[in-house]
Design a protein around this ligand. Structure first.
Ligand SMILES: [Zn+2]
Ligand SMILES: [Zn+2]
Length: 316
């Protein structure tokens, strides 16, 4: 317990506050190191250990503090899984274990201190004394570490063919025979503006990206802007012949479009009211109104996404 208190003290200093994550991280590290036979991780064994953390939260600071491993030393690797787990690898023996915090331990922790009202505080205190097997699940894992991920001098250094920046340790991406950095290959967390500010100033307002949407069926276009306008015109005029005139097609053509759509959709599009073939009114059925509303929605959403991505990718 003495060692635990000392380690917790140290990690709280590094992290800035005492929290349940510190307690879990310290205990997780102690368990992991013991399992892989590392006794002095910050001294004699410091070159024999690599830790893999799976979350960027409080406990990770505790793991760094206890093990002495860090990103800068390349002895801590971050796998962004969003899981409260870490793996400990002994480079000398090759033995590795993965320690996972058990989700149910949160609930169990409260049962340890039912008298403490603050749930978080109960948890923090319980984590200090709960047996390891209630807190963690431990599993033997095999970890293959690539030479370019090992601590020590950088392996290789190439320039990105696009931005000209240097890329170390085989992090480049090969694309059509060119070496690209990850950012330039499209996998970056940032985008840089493509157009210079002076070019941007010269561009007038309507500058943007356009997209066109249509529905295909059996490899051919089947519903798009033209048919949509026809249907909306029928809705507006209450008449197929007026609608056909508005969208500039013959009555016969309009009628054949409607028939074709009814066949594909398997529903009626238009309800004809009394008054004969040409004389009577026509209105859209609820089914096709539903379809049009959805089509409007997908058009709007695609347009929104296209605009947003255009601005992001070109850094506008
Ligand atoms: Zn914290
Ligand atoms: Zn680049």
């Amino acid at each position: 317990m003495l060692e635990f208190e000392k380690l917790l003290d140290e990690s709280v200093k590094v992290h800035g506050h005492l929290c349940a994550g510190q307690v879990l991280g310290v205990r997780m590290s102690m368990l992991g190191l013991r399992e892989i036979g590392i006794a002095d991780s910050r001294g004699a064994d410091r070159k024999n250990l690599i830790v893999f953390v799976e979350i960027d939260r409080c406990a990770t600071d505790a793991i760094q503090s206890v093990t002495g491993c860090s990103l800068g030393k390349r002895t801590m690797k971050f796998a962004d899984y969003g899981k409260m787990a870490a793996s400990f690898l002994n480079l000398k023996t090759g033995r590795a274990v993965r320690v996972l915090a058990i989700e149910e331990s949160r609930q169990k922790a409260r049962e340890y201190f039912p008298e403490i009202e603050n749930r978080y505080e109960a948890q923090l205190n319980a984590y200090k004394i709960m047996p390891e097997n209630e807190l963690f699940e431990i599993s033997e894992v095999s970890i293959k570490i690539r030479p370019e991920d090992m601590p020590g001098r950088p392996i290789g250094r190439v320039t990105c063919a696009m931005c000209g920046e240097y890329v170390q340790d085989s992090r480049e991406v090969k694309r059509e025979g060119l070496d690209l950095c990850r950012a330039c290959s499209g996998g970056g967390y940032y985008d840089t503006p493509f157009f210079s500010p002076s070019v941007m100033q010269k561009m007038h307002n309507g500058f943007g990206v356009k997209s066109k949407l249509w529905i295909e069926s059996d490899g051919g276009p089947f519903f798009g802007k033209g048919k949509m306008l026809l249907l909306k015109a029928i809705d507006k005029h209450g008449s197929i012949s007026h609608a056909a005139k508005e969208v500039n097609i013959s009555y016969r053509k309009a009628w054949s479009y409607i028939k074709a759509m009814e066949e594909r959709f398997g529903v009626s599009l238009v309800e004809c009211k009394a008054g004969g073939k040409n004389g009577g009114g026509a209105s859209l059925t609820p089914e096709i109104r539903d379809f049009l509303a959805r089509y409007d929605r997908i058009e709007k959403e695609v347009r929104g996404i296209a605009d947003e991505r255009f601005r992001e990718i070109f850094g506008l």
